[in-house]
Design a protein around this ligand. Structure first.
Ligand code: SF4
Length: 345
């Protein structure tokens, strides 16, 4: 794990929306996705955000995040809000995790707090603390029940599947819902996906309800800046859903989950972007990014932007505080995420 860590609080001037890898993502629904850190304990061969490889990691102060969440909820309406902790990294590495969950759960209108985790760091003690903090659900990215395959996929020497399974029982017995979210790598873990389906069926037959233990199979997606599993070509969405339908029939279990299954509905979007691709915008550089060719810009107090630096320019501290004009190369209204390029000529 890289040791260079940048801590972000209100004095850092780094806004908490607009940047994909950090802060808060608002997709115009009742779910707010929080990304409080970028560190990971694994370095999976398939990681679509290349976590574990960053030159600089980021950790956000929990009070800074909570204040912003409060502001956003005041606009969205304080009812039926889900907070989903989904970092480009491992949530259990966040030092303020239990405080963060507890304080979020105290906000009026927050009814669900869910988090993503690879589950490797879970222990009885941590599960007790998660329960006391009012965590509703944990999504665990378990791709296989075979230790050897898990080690290969997660690029690690040891992966204790039995320990993880015991911890899943402890979570369920603590009344924390569990969603097992395996990534399906065609030709690599086909049998393993079926093993996980059987595990879910077994757990349900032991008395855990469909709400307590869920499965959400994920399609393997390849991103330009992510790591890729050699030899595996992702299939089309059509093929993916066809396979899910076949497995649904074979095992008599619902595998295709949609927004309705998670109570997701449309709500006011807070930081509406007015930018579009190719716009030129003025901004202030407030920080370096995860890699040498990346930095973070500030458009206003709440809206930030990721800036990609054109080779051979790399980030250096002299850039901090500089006002520049950059070209927008991505303005995603759906996710409220902005990326710009500098210098653009
Ligand atoms: S896939 Fe998840 S657990 Fe694996 S390196 Fe990426 S963020 Fe970490």
């Amino acid at each position: 794990m890289n040791e260079t860590i940048k801590y972000i609080d209100r004095t850092s001037e780094i806004p908490l929306t607009g940047v994909d890898f950090l802060g808060i993502i608002d997709r115009g629904t009742n779910i707010l996705e929080l990304k409080p850190l970028t560190q990971c304990n694994l370095r999976c061969k398939y990681c679509f955000v290349s976590s574990g490889d960053y030159d600089i990691n980021f950790v956000i102060n929990s009070n800074y995040l909570i204040d912003k969440v409060n502001e956003i909820i005041a606009i969205k309406g304080n009812y039926n809000i889900e907070i989903h902790l989904a970092p480009y990294g491992e949530m259990l590495l966040y030092g303020e995790l239990f405080n963060l969950i507890k304080n979020l759960s105290d906000i009026e209108g927050v009814t669900t707090i869910s988090m993503q985790s690879n589950g490797v760091l879970l222990s009885k003690n941590i599960i007790n603390k998660l329960k006391k903090s009012n965590l509703t659900r944990i999504n665990i990215s378990l791709n296989t029940l075979k230790e050897e395959t898990a080690c290969y996929l997660c690029n690690c020497a040891k992966y204790d599947v039995d320990r993880l399974l015991n911890n899943i029982y402890s979570l369920l017995d603590s009344k924390i819902n569990v969603l097992i979210a395996p990534v399906w790598f065609p030709g690599e873990n086909d049998r393993d996906i079926e093993d996980i389906i059987k595990l879910i069926i077994n757990l349900r037959s032991e008395g855990y309800s469909e709400k307590q233990i869920q499965i959400g199979i994920q399609k393997y997606l390849i991103y330009k800046t992510g790591r890729k599993l050699k030899k595996i070509r992702p299939k089309s969405w059509g093929y993916f859903y066809l396979q899910l339908s076949k497995l649904e029939k074979k095992y008599g279990i619902k595998l295709k989950l949609g927004p309705r299954d998670f109570g997701i509905h449309k709500r006011t979007k807070t930081s509406m972007l007015e930018f579009k691709k190719d716009d030129l915008i003025k901004l202030k550089i407030v920080s370096g990014g995860r890699w040498k060719n990346e930095c973070i810009g500030k458009i206003n107090d709440s809206l930030g932007i990721k800036i990609l630096l054109k080779k051979p320019l790399v980030f250096s501290e002299i850039l901090i505080g500089k006002y520049i004009e950059a070209k927008v190369i991505k303005a995603s209204y759906k996710d409220n995420i902005l990326t710009a390029f500098f210098p653009y000529r």
